[in-house]
Design a protein around this ligand. Structure first.
Ligand SMILES: [Zn+2]
Length: 173
């Protein structure tokens, strides 16, 4: 069975143009590598469909649809995670000039944001933990100082009351 390239007005088909062009399936949706990968797959498929103006394709018809190598800079799609690669989605000879790099950037940014969010979340959790430990250490230190001062107050102090007042004021400001 031959395939007609899904790109409008391309007309390349896998029988007539065998060996001349390669024909690629739409990006599959990987479901077993975590939510970030699944979302990236969905986004990539969405960008492919938007690029070739084929939002009419559904899950079933996509299975029997191919995009030919004529629409990729390097003649084939880039790896899923290479979101900044121009070949992350078809970009050439699409029969229109509406390819906006923004599409790729949006997908990339979204992917980065998911990664960033995880990193930031872990960082915040670590910071919370560090702050909690610091607060606990400060509390213990304060108790220790207070205990020392209590002990010290048993000892007669040889400090001029005026100086003490100044010290108190200094502490307050
Ligand atoms: Zn084509």
């Amino acid at each position: 069975m031959g395939y007609l390239c899904a790109v409008k007005d391309c007309g390349h088909n896998s029988i007539k143009h065998q060996g001349e062009y390669r024909f690629f399936r739409f990006p599959g949706i990987k479901t077993k590598q975590g939510e970030a990968i699944r979302q990236l797959c969905i986004e990539r498929r969405r960008v492919w469909l938007a690029r070739i103006f084929r939002s009419d394709l559904n899950e079933k018809s996509i299975e029997n649809t191919r995009v030919c190598s004529d629409h990729f800079v390097k003649g084939e799609p880039a790896h899923l995670k290479s979101t900044t690669d121009p070949d992350w989605a078809p970009s050439l000879n699409l029969g229109h000039n509406n390819v906006k790099e923004k599409h790729v950037e949006t997908a990339t940014e979204r992917y980065d944001r998911v990664q960033d969010r995880d990193v930031k979340k872990r960082k915040l959790e670590a910071e919370d933990e560090a702050a909690r430990i610091a607060a606990e250490a400060a509390r213990i230190e304060a108790e220790r100082v207070e205990a020392e001062q209590n002990n010290a107050s048993d000892v007669p102090m040889d400090i001029d009351p005026k100086t003490m007042d100044q010290q108190c004021q200094t502490d307050i400001t």
